[in-house]
Design a protein around this ligand. Sequence first.
Ligand code: NDP
Length: 332
Amino acid sequence: MKYNFLGKSGLKVSALSYGAWVTFHSQADEEMAYKLMTKAFDEGVNFFDNAEAYADGMAEVIMGKVLKRTQWNRSEYIVSTKIFWGGKGVNQRGLSYKHIIEGTNAALKRLQLEYVDLIYCHRPDIHTPIEETVWAMNQVIKQGKAFYWGTSEWSAEQIRKAYDFAKQEHLIPPLMEQPQYNLFERNKVEKEFAQLYTDIGLGTTIWSPLASGLLTGKYTNGIPKGSRLDLPELEWLKNRLQAQNWEEKIHKVIDLHEVASSIGATLPQLAIAWCLKNPNVSTVITGASKPEQITENMKALNFVDRLDQSIIQKIEKIMNNKPSDVPDWREM
Ligand code: NDP
């Protein structure tokens, strides 16, 4: 395993990490979650991602039980949660001071932890002033309930606003952002945030490196039984993905398969290695419903150096979605 500093912090996070999203509770009960997390940990993963919204809190309950059972030393792993959707009540969602404090307390109880290492604002909240959210996140850290805070799917402008306010008030600024990043979704990480890596030392903990499995090639001939998109409770996800140029993406996946084979990698390994190749990615949060998938995915690290210029060019030709560079007008 390789370990990267999370943004400009002194915290080291494994280049590959593991998240609970729709897997825990829907696909993995406590027993399976134990197998998945211990497999990942044995491979060197030190970061486990969660959110109050996942399975309405049940993903945290399961992760908490697994952590108790493993008896790992608390200093050996990093746990995150994300606050935004804590329930249906008017004050159980969003980024108000009240929900951030109450949501964090409830998450810690479910996780059976004294603190999470990382806490995220799961989405931007257009109804709450960013200043209120920055104060609340600082309060959480001051109370020792989290060590670092960050955002997920915020715009560069929102992140910068939070950062500037925190700096002005001598508060702790957001450290990391959790955006989707994979061969199909590139704009935020490669273009929108480009200035933030150097300007504020932003780290990224990227999600869905396999686009929920689409980039494994498993959906090329329909939806296999037992896969994520076959689950009745995840029909919303299937509908959402299938509404986004599904057929075109399947064709690209078929072409990517040949590139993967040419370097002796599987398709998931190629897709994950491609994310790892980006120096602004601090950690790639992988998902897996079976321990064998973890074994396969962790080997992606071995292929990062195999993605040389000629392979990258082949990938770019297939994907045809490279965000345009910020123009350097001096060169015009
Ligand atoms: P992926 O895009 O990697 O999808 C994971 C799924 O792909 C697995 O559950 C499995 O599905 C399938 N898969 C994985 N590896 C293989 C393999 N080797 N062979 C075949 N199938 C494979 O990641 P996720 O979408 O799960 O996202 C990762 C994590 O990111 C989440 O758990 C969560 O922690 C975080 N996240 C954060 C979000 C945010 O808003 N901040 C949003 C979404 C995720 P199956 O076996 O069931 O078919």
